[in-house]
Design a protein around this ligand. Structure first.
Ligand code: ADP
Length: 413
């Protein structure tokens, strides 16, 4: 089955065409700056990438271009749209409604729209992606895969904020988490790599990219995660501050004369590695500057590793131990120095990094020392494959249910 995986942002549309049975990526690309005069379309895999300037007034135009490039010209990957069996959409906020991926229908669309209040940029963008597919691929089955659904298993003591309870009742203010598809994927792969059932393991999973989050997965069940009501909470990130004293928000609004939108931008786009270093949100640039003697870059680097270290401690306490720590995304997969700093000094907790193994490059690999009681593994994430797989299983479920005369929507929601 070929699944077109769509990840729509407010001005971008990322896609991958995945053959689920072979796990092969048949094509991938991104339309960027959709709706602006500088819009362009990148299509291709690795060295075969081409960049095409193209006019795209909206996501439907972008989708039409994507489908055209999949089926014609030098970028052609399939003969016709009939070779796309289904579409899987990444949706950031599934709120209280979705504890798993679901087949998209009018009711699901209405709920994603309703939840846009909790993730305005993300859910509205996802809806643009869904509408573009409805226009360009009418009748094609579509599945919604939510970043939040993996964390539905968290107990109330983990997801509630100590605010007046009425705010939870009135607005649904609680921790939902994010990056769930990535945490679910790396947890499953780590268990397979360690050759242990996921249900027997206590895992701490760390998604360290531009956005960063960690979660505690106790015997296969997510019991806590660092992102909160929104993806701003938790760890220090590329441009996001993560958790700060909430009293800072009214303080800077008052003293800097900022509106809610401006303070939101400050915490989401001007903070984290960028805010502290004043150089970049990219860890490589911050590392290079710190090695050249820039003190603020050094501080940013230290704060980033300390932020991860503190969550490791928290989650060991939450689960009463840990069997393995799993690292993924740009920093987790690639940055030898950051991994060294994160694990420095954790020997008393039974966590010992092997400095030589830590230098090695490669696919899924273990980087803990033989003497380490806790295993440390690096697992490259693959959210698109997870979305394609969920789509595959749900379409199969639907076919089986239809054959048996069961109403799939009531069954799944
Ligand atoms: P996103 O959250 O945007 O998907 P990525 O997972 O691509 O982000 O991670 C981006 C981060 O990974 C950047 O901070 C970048 O500097 C870092 N990174 C990527 N490759 C390396 C590398 N070889 N060494 C150190 N850091 C790296």
């Amino acid at each position: 089955m070929n699944v077109l995986v769509i990840n729509a942002g407010s001005s971008s549309l990322k896609y991958q065409l995945v053959n689920v049975e072979t796990q092969q990526v048949l094509a991938k690309g991104i339309c960027e700056r959709v709706g602006s005069a500088e819009a362009f379309h990148k299509h291709g895999i690795d060295d075969n990438e081409v960049v095409i300037d193209a006019k795209m007034a909206d996501h439907t135009d972008a989708m039409a271009l994507v489908l055209e490039s999949l089926t014609s010209g030098p970028t052609k990957a399939i003969d016709s749209l009939d070779e796309i069996d289904a579409v899987g959409h990444r949706i950031v906020q599934g709120g209280k409604y979705f504890d798993r991926s679901v087949l998209i229908d009018d009711d699901v669309i209405a709920k994603i729209d309703e939840l846009a209040e909790l993730a305005p940029l993300h859910n509205k963008a996802a809806l643009m992606g869904i509408n573009a597919c409805l226009a360009e691929l009418p009748g094609k089955p579509m599945v919604a895969v939510f970043d939040t659904s993996f964390f539905h298993t968290m107990p109330p003591k983990a997801y509630m904020y100590p605010l007046p309870y009425e705010l939870y009742e009135k607005y649904g203010i609680r921790k939902y988490g994010a990056h769930g598809t990535s945490h679910r994927y790396i947890a499953e792969r780590a268990a397979a790599f360690l050759d242990e059932p996921l249900a027997d393991l206590k895992l701490i999973t760390c998604h360290l990219g531009n956005g960063c989050s960690m979660s505690a997965i106790d015997h296969g069940v997510a019991v806590d995660t660092s992102m909160g009501l929104t993806p701003l909470d938790g760890l220090m990130m590329g441009t996001r501050c993560g958790a700060v004293d909430p009293a800072i928000v009214p303080f800077i609004m008052e003293h800097e004369g900022l509106t809610t939108q401006e303070v939101n931008d400050l915490m989401n786009k001007q903070s984290g590695l960028l805010g502290i270093s004043g150089i970049s949100n990219d860890l490589r640039s911050v590392r290079d500057a710190s090695e050249a003697g820039n003190e603020r870059a050094q501080l940013a680097y230290d704060m980033y590793s300390n932020s991860v270290k503190k969550y490791i401690g928290q989650y060991i306490a939450v689960m009463g131990g840990v069997d393995a720590i799993v690292l993924t995304a740009g920093v987790g997969e690639n940055c030898e120095k950051m991994r060294r700093m994160i694990f420095a000094g954790l020997q008393p907790l039974g966590i010992v990094l092997d400095l030589e193994k830590n230098k090695a490059r490669g696919f899924e690999r273990e980087i803990s020392a033989d003497s380490s009681q806790v295993r440390i593994v690096v697992i490259p994430t693959n959210e698109e494959l997870m979305i394609a797989r969920d789509t595959f299983y749900i379409i199969q479920e639907r076919q089986t249910a239809e054959a048996a005369g069961v109403d799939i929507h009531t069954e799944m929601l």
